[in-house]
Design a protein. Structure first.
Length: 115
């Protein structure tokens, strides 16, 4: 069972920046970030494929940047120009090499953007 350890998050003013990090305890093929705001469903933020291709949600394009270290099984999310609507619990996702196995999720970290 792979475990995910997230770090980062917190309270920041609009226009500020935060960096989230996530480390997997074992090898995984794809890693990414999702977020869930109060009263809303969990939604994709960014996914970095093992080959390096990265997919971003339209709402964060140009402001967020995801990067991955395949050798260390880590992923980071640099969030710039944060907006109040970015407030959510952010979850790290990792997908196992065996597709029949369930995805792995982190415990979540709170990001609050407020003045």
């Amino acid at each position: 069972q792979v475990q995910l350890l997230e770090s980062g998050g917190g309270l920041v003013q609009p226009g500020g920046s935060l960096r989230l990090s996530c480390a997997a305890s074992g090898s995984v093929i794809n890693m990414g970030w999702y977020r869930q705001a109060p009263g809303k469903e969990r939604a994709l933020v960014a996914v970095v494929m093992s080959g390096g291709n990265t997919l971003y949600a339209d709402a964060v394009k140009g402001r967020f940047s995801a990067s991955r270290d395949n050798a260390k099984n880590t992923i980071s999310l640099q969030m710039n120009n944060l907006k109040p609507e970015d407030t959510a619990v952010y979850y790290c996702l990792a997908q196992p090499y065996v597709s029949a196995l369930p995805d792995y999720w982190g415990q979540g970290t709170q990001v609050t953007v407020s003045s």
